[in-house]
Design a protein. Sequence first.
Length: 280
Amino acid sequence: MEQHDNFKYSVLMSVYIHEEPSFLKQSIESMLNQTYEPDEIVIVKDGKLTKQLNEVINQYYELDPNLFTIVELENNVGLGLALNEGLKKCRNELVARMDTDDVSLPNRCELLVNEFRTDKKLCIVGSYVDEFISDTKKIISSRIVPLEHSEILKYSRRRNPFTHPAVMYKRSKVLELGGYRDFRRNQDLELFVRMLNNNCLSKNIDKPLLLFRANQENLKRRKSWQKCSSYIKLIFMFWRKGYSKLYDVIIIALSQLVVFIIPIKLFEWVSNKILRKASR
């Protein structure tokens, strides 16, 4: 697909020391194989990396230094702040987020860009997501998110209406609002709500465009008290600012306490069978 200057896009990724080199390579390859090719891929090295990770990144940079922009941070600062540094280096208005262990389907960015072509008022566009463990052909669950802006607004009072590595957004709007805040958890939801609360028009596409890598560690992190309590605090903050309702806070507080208490096997079943289908 031919690129037009107004609709060129950058890919924004951040990698840290514990990433698996083969996953990183698979992720980058999925962006190189887009039907609408990226104009730039920005990779932020969030602190020191392993020799193997550096080798993967250097291999791609040497292959095409005009395509790849490498941002090196001396210390690990966390995903949000690392993405801020990368965002400053992006040369295009449209920025596609991508995680270093996920896989984009070939037409992902073409379909996202087409939405911005159709409606130039859009600020952020996402999609459904399919989850896999090791084999991308074996989908274990799907995340179904609200599609239209009004539905997204309502949904965001309690839950994240987007999957972070599946979105494309306008760089200028994110920077105008101060970028990602220094949160170790839920920095994406905090940014998205700030954008929505500042009249940023949004949309999700009703098909999976990203394969999200799931594993037992993800489930354990979602069940941890740190994750549960930080999520409750964030929704409480939304209520303090007048964005969420008090009953939203109560529902989230109760549900997160249940998540923390129930056995992991039961949580896995609830997550796959109920939560992932909650917004159908």
